[in-house]
Design a protein around this ligand. Structure first.
Ligand code: TXD
Length: 327
């Protein structure tokens, strides 16, 4: 019998997210890891450090730190976390020009050495970077996706859990649209094991519907600005623990063919009335990457918010100085 292979996961960008992601991917025994970075020593140092956790964390995996794209050979999944992060006062869009250049270089490396991989883009501004990555690699759209919705939905769930004093594990929350401050938390879908959050808030506030609505509006706004809230507090970087956990959810869904439904930035071909753009929508993620985009009927308010969010993504993509040929 031939050797039974195990997954190989490449992480481009060995900064805060890349390092934590590599650590958790190994401690969850998801596969061998290649950590790449442009900075010499950073991926090598982190790979030695993570390797030395293997005995205590009980995993037998290979972690390679490198500055050479050739080490990506044979990767099943490539996660792109390379790029600049926001500083206080910056929007994600402010990163577009610097990170576009990085995306070109990274995509070319992946195309050359891991032509059969699935790609999860994490770098900001997210939806624009996924778009560029797909165009530069030329990979099929279902194999190139962006992580943002899992994180934004987790943030929404967290804030609801704190407000209600209930375990976050029982909270379902969905955030769609572009990964910017106009993202769209779907209030109608927020529930605690099926019980609508709006009803629980009304009960908590003794039937005072207008106060309950105000509280929900605040939860929505906090979700939309949660990334910036962390940036402001950290001062020299952005969130990294929760983004890493959210990426792991997507990696596991692909490697284990879970067919889970989650928000991800996926290429729309008419779904929700959008043609030819990457935007956060409900997707089934499995062994084939984005296997399906799950449509539902938005109400008027949701549609207005969603269209506004999509317009922001479109404006950013159309503003790129050197837009590659449209796919
Ligand atoms: O939900 C989401 N998608 C996000 C995205 C949530 C949080 C942060 N998000 C974005 O991820 C953030 O705005 C950044 O664009 C990326 C990475 O965030 P991270 O916190 O990991 O940034 P770091 O610690 O600065 O790490 C970036 C690494 C760093 O080691 C650089 O040397 C490297 O990227 N880098 C490169 N690697 C390879 N190739 C090139 N050209 C390159 N340039 C920088």
């Amino acid at each position: 019998m031939g050797r039974i292979g195990r997954a190989k996961i490449a992480i481009i960008g060995s900064g805060n997210i890349g390092g934590i992601l590599a650590y958790h991917a190994t401690s969850r025994k998801l596969g061998d890891i290649v950590l790449y970075d442009i900075v010499e020593g950073r991926p090598q140092g982190k790979s030695i450090d993570i390797s030395a956790a293997a005995r205590e964390d009980e995993f037998d995996l290979r972690i390679v730190g490198t500055n050479d794209y050739a080490d990506l050979k044979g990767s099943n999944i490539v996660v792109i976390t390379a790029g600049a992060t926001r500083r206080p006062g910056m929007s994600r869009s402010d990163l577009v020009h610097i990170n576009s250049k990085i995306m070109k270089e990274v995509s070319e490396g992946i195309k050359k050495f891991a032509p059969n991989s699935y790609i999860i883009v994490v770098s900001n501004p997210l939806d624009a970077m996924v778009t560029l990555c797909q165009r530069y690699t030329g990979f099929p759209h279902h194999k190139v996706m962006g992580m943002a919705g899992v994180l934004d939905s987790a943030r929404f769930a967290t804030f609801i859990a704190w407000e209600l004093g209930i375990s976050v594990r029982d909270i379902n929350a969905t955030v769609l649209g572009g990964h910017g401050d106009s993202m769209v938390p779907i209030v109608r879908f927020a529930n605690v094991n099926g019980i609508p959050v709006t009803e629980l808030l009304e009960r908590k506030y003794k039937g005072d519907k207008s106060h309950a609505k105000k509280v929900m509006d605040q939860l929505v706004e906090r979700t939309q600005t949660a990334g910036g809230e962390v940036v402001k507090l950290l001062k020299d970087g952005s969130a990294f623990f929760s983004p890493a956990s959210s990426i792991l959810t997507m990696i596991e869904a692909i490697i284990q063919d879970q067919k889970r439904l989650m928000s991800a930035s996926a290429y729309l071909t008419g779904q929700f009335g959008v043609y030819g753009y990457y935007v956060g929508v409900p997707c089934i993620i499995g062994a084939e990457g984005v296997e399906q985009i799950v449509e539902f009927t938005m109400n008027e308010e949701e549609k207005i918010m969603f269209d506004k969010s999509v317009a922001a993504v479109q404006e950013l993509i159309n503003s790129l100085n050197d837009p590659p040929n449209a796919a």
